[in-house]
Design a protein around this ligand. Structure first.
Ligand code: ZN
Length: 352
């Protein structure tokens, strides 16, 4: 089951790391490319250290005064996360946004770079946001849509390239047990065991990095759950779950992909559907019952072009599925089938 997970997911919208690069320099100087950029409600926030680096200024955090001090030709300048102004010498300059600590680094907004940075270096600056596409997503799209476009809209999907890396969201964890079988066996245990086996098989056979949202039994923050897809080399995202039915007869793997509406932003063929097709075929080859592929506007599937499939790996309420989900042999069979589907997807991508 995924409903609790979805609502937690929504919490994440405001601060997420993204693959949005900017270029920055004093005008006439070769620009520096900065990639540790966070978006907050569509506005890029860049680490102040990186910004100063790009314009050859030096600064430091004064933990006593709780301000960031910058040495400039016009005297010491000060910025503080609590203040909506830039102080240079005795003068104050209003800011549109306060500097913010995000992910442990003090960051300034794009507006600071465009409006106040030149004050610090006494000359105009060159600035370019290399991912303006994000901003182009029409404004009436909810923050949710923009977030997912971001996260799941990989900036450089290289057609015809083999998979470079895989992200796996391991369903539930900690107090969030997921579905329980009649004897108390927990969905969170099945997703973790299968994710570990899949990760090992992928690394051993394809030699590519695999990023798990969790690698033990603990609860995840919404941010931690999404962290695996932030890795540049991730070319496919699998969300592992198992479900329960009202009767013991319901059984089989169910694959979920984004609905066509959610996919209208993506370029080219529907890569998620291609991945799901490969997974379906490999489950069938492994004689694992599959219900089919359902396209659904399920929130975690989001929008964009990153090949993404949510796998409900069977019913904990069905004795046969339960045995496959909890036994070492059954888990390895499931992991092997998923691996085979990914490998075929990778190979067929290469041919495109
Ligand atoms: Zn679940």
């Amino acid at each position: 089951m995924v409903n609790l997970f979805f609502s937690l997911f929504l919490l994440l919208f405001l601060t997420t790391p993204v693959f949005a690069d900017i270029e920055l320099a004093p005008k006439g100087k070769p620009p520096m490319r900065l990639s540790d950029v966070y978006h907050l409600q569509g506005l890029p926030y860049v680490a102040l250290d990186d910004v100063l680096d790009a314009v050859s200024l030096r600064g430091h955090w004064d933990s006593v005064k709780h301000v960031y001090r910058i040495r400039t030709a016009r005297g010491w300048a000060e910025l503080s996360p609590g203040r909506k102004n830039l102080k240079i010498g005795a003068k104050f300059y209003p800011l549109q946004e306060k500097p913010k600590f995000i992910d442990g680094r003090l960051r300034v907004s794009e507006n600071f770079i465009l409006s106040q940075l030149s004050l610090l270096i006494n000359r105009s600056i060159y600035y370019r946001n290399l991912n303006p596409v994000i901003a182009q997503y029409n404004a009436d799209e909810s923050t949710l849509d923009r977030l997912f476009s971001f996260l799941l809209h990989k900036k450089n999907i290289v057609r015809g390239q083999r998979l470079r890396g895989v992200a796996i969201d391991v369903g539930h964890g900690g107090l969030d047990t997921g579905v329980l079988a009649a004897d108390g066996y927990k969905e969170k245990q099945a997703t973790l065991d299968i994710a570990r086996r899949l990760s090992k098989t992928l690394k051993m056979n394809l030699g590519i990095p695999v990023f798990l949202s969790r690698n033990d039994d603990y609860e995840l923050t919404p941010k931690q759950r999404l962290e695996p897809v932030t890795h540049e080399e991730v070319d496919a995202w699998l969300l592992l779950h198992a479900e329960g039915g009202f009767s013991t007869t319901a059984q089989g793997v169910v694959l979920f992909v984004r609905s066509p509406q959610a996919n209208r932003l993506a370029e080219g063929p529907d890569a998620s559907r291609q991945l799901a097709d490969e997974l379906l075929a490999s489950f069938q080859q492994a004689d694992i019952p599959v219900v089919g592929i359902l396209s659904s506007p399920l929130i975690p599937l989001g929008r964009g072009s990153l090949p993404t499939v949510l796998l409900e790996l069977g019913y904990l309420t069905n004795p046969t599925d339960l045995q496959r989900l909890r036994s070492a042999g059954g888990q390895q069979q499931l992991a092997q089938a998923i691996y085979q589907g990914l490998e075929n997807f990778s190979l067929n991508r290469k041919k495109n």
